[in-house]
Write a protein that binds this ligand. Structure first.
Ligand code: HDE
Length: 712
């Protein structure tokens, strides 16, 4: 039965509480609908918006048609170059608030005043794919935060993985060329599973630690809202006395870190390439504002060499068991952008955008980044005035004599465009040691100029092993499966061999397991060690495992915002459904009724049950769990429907919690899944009493609670 059209739900991320200084600033350049009338860009009102100007109705178009020319010309130039990396991204507005003053460590205002809500704009991205590639590919995720502080812009441009592939900026173009599509045929899109990436990786043992992370489930997050972020490099914090601490930044999601399984990720890439973008957008529209806690690992300047490895090496992390992560503040994303291009696409991040109190370390990768990010905006955004684009403007003014250039917005008054000056109305601008200004930490550097890598960067395997050791059995299996998949896509056996030879330095068994289905020899660590430029070195870590590196057990244990499919057809027992659905929703889950057609189905008691989606337009991979309600007819019709059968079987394969009530169990049995008869891991199938016995609310509550626990 067709249902009446619903008016759109109110946008909960659009209230007075979700505005801030940046949003108010942007309002000044926001255009609203409906338009009063149509005009050209020059404001000339248009009389006819369907027809170009022609010499006679069947004649050629006239060059004179300035309206057509303007429209087409603008269209012709709508595209700008996509980001050379991190082209695919999704973003949102929000705020950051520090819990208590961190003035002991930094003079940065946003980290000193707990009453201050600093506006932020956050862009998440994949790295390798083009701007229209799928969200759920195996890849590192970018995690860029622009803080619009009272003292200028601070960009924390990080990733969802705390280490990086390479140690020196010199190798970045090579890394990116190797992972992107191969230059001769332009394949594959958004995937590292091809020869050139693994050729490069296997020749560069320093990639090993990051490869372990990239092959783990971290690289296929369930949601952008459910992944950690890391500043990666070691930065410096400077307090008002000039004391320095090294710092590593961490973002921990309130909902915990969760991942897809690989088969699921691949299928979603086809069924809904915008899966992560949609998830972020919908959560914010629903008022389920994603939240992260900012944490810091702080190391006093004089303890720089106390860790046993080099904190300047971006292929190393500092285990939390060695230096705990101090929770510092929270970030909430509560507003979607108004316009994808103007905000998400034009936002320009740069690790060199810092404010007084935050400074760099000598990490050679970070040092290279400090050059690259302004440079890239010149070709991407078309000139040096990209800081004047609305999304990139600070909420505090900027004052200098930089002038002109493409697309200059500011109209600077006066005769003077240089400093120092005496003609600029008394503004002599002889700045020397302004204590309010940014002060670089006066580190002493007295060394010859050299083009060499520090020996303290030589060990490439100890932390890779630490990561592997710290994973649970399931996570380890996923890492092995990912290496097997990726390397099985490599055509040249010698590359596969070199890679597993490298892995033998991490863990013999891991390397052997990876090699098994790849049609190559057993791994040989000595062969890898024979490579040019390879220097064997091992550091001593005081720990063998770091539980904090596993994703298991993160988050608040809730099922907030998880999506539950309720499979229905005619004859569904809606009475048995109601209490379970209510319990799920009061635990924060989002239920969608999925049926054979849109509109509604008729329940066993002849009521209309509204259907939100169909088995095909929202397949099982779109959900976190499945509920099959009771009802003899419901079970019969679902069993006769191949799509419904596929739905539950696929959900089972992806280890999702499935709750079957009464006759609903027959649907699962029809695809070979029966409680007690299958080797389903605990929590995958929650079976409940037959419908006729489920009348009591108390029992339904019990089932619901078991289901909720299984999902969590
Ligand atoms: Fe980037 N990176 N990167 N990167 N990166 C860019 O800047 C670069 C690195 C990261 O959402 C580019 O505006 C070099 C590490 C993110 O807009 C470019 C090196 C980390 C984003 C660039 C690195 C990152 C970028 C492309 C090695 C994690 C997306 C477009 C020296 C800490 C930002 C742009 C956004 C984007 C260069 C290494 C994270 C070309 C040269 C390490 C999240 O400038």
């Amino acid at each position: 039965m067709p249902t009446k059209s619903k008016s759109p739900a109110p946008r909960r991320g659009r209230t007075a509480e979700t505005t801030n200084a940046k949003i108010e600033q942007l309002a000044g350049t926001t255009a609203e609908l409906p338009l009063p009338h149509l005009s050209t860009n020059q404001g000339t009102r248009i009389a006819d918006n369907h027809n170009s100007l022609k010499a006679g109705v069947r004649g050629p178009t006239l060059l004179e048609d300035f309206i057509l020319r303007e429209k087409i010309t603008h269209f012709d130039h709508e595209r700008i170059p996509e980001r050379v990396v991190h082209a695919r991204g999704s973003a949102a507005h929000g705020y950051f608030q520090v819990y208590k003053s961190m003035s002991q460590f930094t003079r940065a205002g946003l980290l000193n005043d707990p009453s201050l809500k600093t506006p932020v704009f956050v862009r998440f991205s994949t790295v390798a794919g083009g701007s229209s590639s799928a969200d759920t590919v195996r890849d590192v995720r970018g995690f860029s935060v622009k803080f619009y502080t009272q003292e200028g812009i601070w960009d924390l441009v990080g990733n969802n993985i705390p280490v990086f592939f390479i140690q020196d900026a010199m190798k970045f173009p090579d890394l990116v060329h190797a992972v992107k599509q191969e230059p001769h045929h332009g394949m594959p899109q958004a995937a590292s599973a091809h020869d050139t990436f693994w050729d490069f990786a296997s020749l560069m043992p320093e990639t090993t630690h990051m490869l372990m992370w990239a092959m783990s489930d971290r690289a296929i997050p369930r949601s952008l809202r459910m992944m950690q972020g890391f500043g990666v490099h070691t930065f410096r914090l400077i307090n008002s006395r000039g004391d320095a601490h090294f710092v590593k930044f961490h973002w921990k999601p309130k909902l915990g870190s969760h991942a897809l399984v690989w088969d699921e990720a691949q299928k979603i890439a086809g069924k809904d390439p915008d899966f992560h973008r949609r998830d972020l957008w919908e959560a914010i529209e629903n008022g389920d504002f994603p939240e992260w806690e900012l944490g810091m690992q702080l190391i006093p300047q004089d303890k720089e060499h106390s860790l046993g490895f080099d904190l300047l090496d971006p292929t190393k992390l500092i285990p939390e068991e060695m230096v705990p992560v101090t929770p510092v503040g929270k970030m909430v994303l509560n507003r979607n952008p108004d316009n994808f291009f103007a905000e998400t696409e034009q936002v320009a991040f740069h690790p060199g955008h810092v404010v007084p109190g935050i400074d760099f370390s000598n990490d050679p990768l970070l040092q290279g980044r400090l050059f690259s990010y302004t440079d890239t905006q010149l070709s991407r955004l078309g000139g040096p005035n990209f800081h004047e684009l609305p999304i990139n403007r600070g909420v505090c003014p900027f004052h200098n004599f930089q002038r002109d250039g493409m697309h200059r917005q500011t109209i600077s008054r006066g005769q003077v465009a240089y400093e120092p000056n005496s003609l600029g109305n008394g503004s002599e601008f002889r700045v020397d040691g302004d204590s309010e200004g940014f002060q670089t930490y006066p580190e002493t550097v007295e060394s010859p100029k050299v083009r060499r890598r520090s020996e303290s960067f030589d060990d490439h395997f100890t932390q890779a092993r630490l990561f592997f050791n710290s994973q649970t059995a399931v996570e380890k299996e996923h890492i092995i499966a990912a290496f097997r998949f990726e390397l099985s896509k490599v055509d040249v056996p010698a590359v596969r061999q070199r890679m597993v030879d490298n892995l033998a330095h991490v863990d013999e068994k891991l390397a052997r397991r990876v090699a098994e289905p790849l049609g190559i020899e057993s791994p040989d660590a000595k062969a890898a060690a024979g490579q040019a430029g390879y220097r064997e070195a091992r550091i001593n870590l005081p720990i063998e495992e770091s539980p904090a590196l596993s994703m298991i057990g993160t988050g608040d244990g809730s099922i907030k915002t998880r999506k539950i499919a309720i499979l229905v057809s005619d004859g569904v027992d809606s009475a048995s459904l109601k209490p379970i659905r209510e319990a799920l929703e009061s635990a924060g889950a989002m239920c969608k009724v999925v049926g054979p057609r849109l509109g509604s189905v008729t329940s066993a008691s002849k009521r209309q049950v509204e259907v939100d989606a169909t088995f095909t337009n929202m397949p099982s991979v779109m959900f976190d769990a499945v509920l099959v309600p009771a009802g003899t007819e419901n079970a019969k019709t679902l069993m006769a429907n191949g799509e419904a059968q596929h739905f539950v079987l696929e959900a089972f394969k992806h280890l999702k919690s499935i709750c079957v009530v009464g006759e609903g169990a027959q649907l699962l049995a029809s695809v070979g899944v029966e409680e007690g008869k299958t080797d389903a891991p605990a929590g995958v199938v929650v079976a409940a009493t037959p419908a006729q016995q489920l009348g009591e609310n108390e029992e339904a509550q019990g089932i619901a609670q078991t289901f909720v626990a299984a999902i969590a």
